[in-house]
Design a protein around this ligand. Structure first.
Ligand code: HEM
Length: 369
């Protein structure tokens, strides 16, 4: 048997509890719920630090207030990113275990380092938030920058693993190069553009979040609210334009068969249309600080992120179908209705819980600002 197929392995001899398309859909939805808060966690430290440095020692400057509020929200976004990361992790392991377990072993050292980097970065956010009253206003932002840089390393390791799992022909040579797992996937041509595309998206989503803070403030403090909406909309436009260029770089680095596939074309055309709508609406929001335009731009922007998540999944299907399709075909499916009912019930209860939690955090925040 060829070495690549040996590296892929097989599923455990346990039937899938639900049909493959349903598990794939849950993987994609799960990743979207991870990606949105993760984007804010990833770049929020840098953005809030820049705002704090711009605001300087003036406690009442709009930039200082915005920087403080974004920094205060980061532990919540990071918690949401971590807990929502478990959802795609579960479905990824069930569906792509033969690939992702192997690639995780091949890059074992950086992969295990994720836990430590994440814990230190997360701790940094709390050091800032609990210690900011006592800290020098100009020194404190550096803790936020350090936390953001640690999360950038975490994201880079994720991109290494997510690209390595797509190319099992590299497993054996990398494993032989370092059986202890001191490997990354640095020879992968899509790695850098893919990673930068994630980082760019994260800045855009962080800008959208600042604009959402503006929607909240508009009723309480008109001038600050309008400033935030304009900042969010302007930041979104700037990062999205850069992001489009990186997106083309990423696209040209992917296999030609993927570039010319009908699904790719449809998904890209729809996202370009939505991107144009979001940019026009955000342009109006920058000019007038208008809430309605901002909300249109926000909705279109989030839909673009969702379509990109679907396109990313299609890229995985494109790469892995040759290895995974025979395994999926051979794998028995026994729908476990009691478990499925418990799963759906718990998912609905959890959404209700999140709504309650969101309200509780919002009310607590209202009391403290
Ligand atoms: C703040 C910390 C984190 C950051 C910055 C981060 C960043 C990322 C990035 C950039 C990707 C996409 C990589 C790519 O496709 O090239 C990703 C994927 C993923 N992350 Fe995270 N992540 C974080 C925490 C976590 C945690 C704690 C978990 C698990 C509990 C997790 C689970 C996942 C999974 C399963 C995927 C792949 C999903 C899929 O392929 O469908 N992440 N993460």
């Amino acid at each position: 048997m060829d070495a690549t197929l040996l590296s892929v392995g097989n599923f455990q001899p346990i039937p899938f509890p639900a049909p493959v398309p349903l598990l794939q859909a849950l993987l994609v939805i799960g990743f979207l719920t991870h990606a949105l808060p993760m984007n804010v966690a990833l770049t929020g430290g840098l953005v809030s630090a820049i705002l704090l440095l711009i605001g300087g020692k003036d406690e009442n400057a709009h930039a200082t207030r915005a920087g403080r509020q974004l920094a205060a929200s980061l532990p919540i976004f990071t918690t949401a990113a971590i807990t929502q990361g478990i959802v795609p992790l579960l479905f990824l392991q069930v569906l792509y275990g033969p690939l992702v377990y192997a690639s995780s072993i091949v890059i074992a050292l950086p992969w295990i380092a994720v836990l430590f980097l994440l814990t230190i970065g997360y701790y940094g956010l709390y050091i800032y938030n609990y210690g900011k009253q006592k800290m020098d206003l100009m020194k404190a932002p550096w803790i936020l920058i350090a936390a953001s840089l640690l999360f950038m390393v975490v994201a880079f390791i994720f991109s290494n693993n997510m690209t390595l799992m797509l190319t099992p022909e590299k497993f054996l040579p990398l494993y032989q190069a370092s059986p202890a797992g001191a490997n990354l996937n640095l020879t992968e041509p899509t790695l850098i553009p893919r990673y930068l595309h994630f980082v760019g998206a994260a800045f855009a989503v962080c800008a959208l979040t600042l604009g959402c803070f503006g929607l909240y403030w508009k009723k309480k403090d008109e001038s600050f609210g309008t400033w935030l909406i304009k900042l969010g909309a302007g930041g979104y436009i700037g990062t999205t334009l850069v992001q489009t260029l990186i997106g083309f770089w990423f696209f040209w680095s992917t296999p030609q068969g993927f570039q010319t596939a009908k699904t790719t074309t449809h998904l890209l055309n729809t996202s370009f249309g939505l991107e144009a709508i979001s940019l026009i609406a955000m342009g109006l929001a920058v000019k007038k600080g208008c809430e309605k335009s901002y909300k249109v731009g926000l909705t279109a922007g989030i839909l673009v992120v969702a379509l990109m998540v679907v396109l990313r999944h299609f890229l995985r299907l494109f790469h892995t179908d040759q290895y995974m399709q025979p395994l999926f075909n051979a794998q028995p499916v026994v729908i476990q209705w009691p478990i499925l009912i418990v799963f759906v019930t718990l998912a609905v209860l959890m959404i209700g819980y999140f709504v309650w939690l969101g309200r509780t955090v919002y009310n607590a925040y209202n009391k403290n600002v």
